[in-house]
Write a new protein. Structure first.
Length: 494
């Protein structure tokens, strides 16, 4: 039985005004919240927002220590690494040791070798002359916030080892970096540190408890579906919700079903059985394989089909909230009819930057228009000029009127070429400045030049909704109708 709780705050909250950009929930595909019966949550980087710099530092230090144990030079541990270098959505070229950012058409817009940017020519020569097979073993897609530290270590190690004159096999180095990070996660080098100092690594959201409570009060049921292990999840969730609302005795009171160690993305495609983790730490197989919807229990493993049976509703009435484009959002979308919401914690910074460069973006648009107009004018003059010059070459002489015309067009061509150059220079400088405001190395997370970035395109394709924090839902009525901007193809535009 779903317990409908009184929610006095609900009456006081006004859902009329649109929240500020950083508190907004953005919509790619329309979704009626009143039609949603179950809301499921991933935990890490979704309910638990980690401090990225602190996490990266922890992970990088653990990884560098393990790399030297594997025979890499001791000095690697003192190599300077930049936690602000990587962003999500980058592609690692394991063959050449480069890191790339692409637009939605897999066109490489920016590339670095170590921390040195490739020139336009180098980029063109290496990546633009043939099709880039981003899904081949040569390339590795950086799609989680966990993976950012891999890129920071990789770029620093390439720089450091090449400077030492050490022969580097970029593919092997990347494999070693990945293994060392995985090992650090498995052997507790990272998780133990986090648990020992949660406030340092995790930003507790004071509105999270109210957000979950608001959904419950509207009659929705909630589940947790995380890859983290039971004891870790228990500690983390207690930290996030333990001192939440007085109506709840502990974090488990907010959830009707809890699944840990779920092994997503395999959870969506495999047929692993659910087990129940009992309070004494032992595991119990389930008689019919289906977990029970009952607060206080914790299940492990499992698969989407059995979970769907337990939820007892149709998949289109389930909203799953996660941060991992592949493991949470893309797989949920491809293997089920679940609706999806993606938490993109970088959005807060992205939106601030966007607000600051709005004027520059408008200026960029007008410079692009200006350039096209000038080029058209230029072509008109060039056509006439060429005809007059051909005539002069053939007849050796022009009439005085024709010659005056020729000179006039010649001057116009020179003047227009100069104006095009100036417009292009202003455009490029302004674009650089805009990019730098978003991110020193890579520019905006969602855009690549004038195009949507490959990361942005994935968010657009697979996430029905996206937002920077789960608690932004608090600013919307649990009955809200999220509507997407009307989708129009180029031939439908005015
Ligand atoms: Mg996660």
């Amino acid at each position: 039985m779903q317990l409908t709780l009184p929610l006095p705050e609900l009456a006081q909250l006004s859902f009329g005004a649109a929240p500020s950009p950083s508190h907004r929930v953005y919509c790619n595909r329309s979704l009626r919240l009143d039609q949603i019966e179950w809301v499921g949550f991933d935990m890490d980087y979704t309910l638990a927002i980690y401090d990225q710099r602190e996490m990266d530092r922890l992970s990088i230090e653990a990884t560098l220590a393990k790399l030297t144990q594997r025979g890499y030079p001791e000095s690697l541990q003192t190599a300077s690494y930049r936690t602000d270098f990587p962003i999500r959505g980058l592609l690692v070229d394991r063959k050449l040791g480069n890191v790339l950012k692409m637009d939605r058409y897999k066109y490489v817009k920016r590339a670095y070798h170590g921390l040195t940017e490739l020139t336009k020519e180098e980029r063109r020569h290496t990546y633009h002359t043939r099709r880039l097979r981003a899904d081949s073993a040569r390339y590795h897609w950086v799609d989680t916030l966990y993976a950012l530290s891999e890129v920071a270590v990789y770029a620093a190690a390439i720089d450091h080892l090449e400077r030492l004159g050490v022969e580097v096999d970029p593919d092997r180095l990347f494999g070693d970096v990945r293994e060392c990070i995985d090992l650090s996660h498995q052997d507790g080098s990272i998780l133990d540190h986090i648990l020992a100092d949660l406030p340092r690594y995790v930003q507790r959201d004071p509105l999270l408890a109210r957000t979950l409570h608001q959904l419950r009060s509207a009659g929705k049921k909630l589940f947790l579906l995380t890859n983290s292990h039971g004891p870790y999840s228990d500690r983390m969730m207690s930290f996030l919700l333990g001192e939440g609302l007085p109506q709840y005795r502990g974090w488990r009171g907010y959830f009707d079903l809890v699944v840990c160690a779920s092994r997503k993305p395999r959870f969506f495609t495999g047929d692993a059985e659910f087990e129940e983790l009992l309070p004494d730490g032992t595991r119990r197989a389930l008689p019919n394989g289906i977990p029970r919807v009952e607060r206080g229990r914790m299940y492990l493993g499992g698969n989407i089909e059995s979970l769907q049976t337990a939820l007892g509703t149709t998949p289109d009435r389930v909203l799953y909230v996660g941060d991992h484009i592949y493991g949470d959002v893309l797989r949920a979308k491809k293997e089920s009819a679940w609706r999806t919401m993606m938490v993109v914690q970088e959005m807060s910074d992205e939106l601030v930057a966007h607000g600051e460069v709005e004027h520059s973006l408008a200026r960029l648009d007008s410079l692009e228009d200006l350039r096209l107009r000038l080029l058209e004018e230029l072509r008109d003059h060039q056509v006439v000029l060429k005809a007059l010059e051909r005539k002069r070459a053939a007849k050796k002489e022009l009439t005085p009127t024709e010659d005056a015309e020729r000179v006039r067009h010649r001057h116009a061509v020179d003047r227009l070429k100069q104006r095009v150059r100036l417009a292009e220079r202003e455009h490029d400088e302004l674009e650089r400045g805009v990019d730098r405001r978003f991110h020193r190395y890579w520019g905006s997370l969602f855009k690549a030049g004038g195009e949507v970035s490959s990361f942005g395109a994935q968010v657009e394709t697979y996430a029905c909704l996206y937002t920077s924090r789960v608690s932004n839902l608090l600013r919307y009525s649990p009955m809200h109708f999220f509507t997407s901007p009307r989708d129009r193809m180029p031939h439908e535009l005015p």
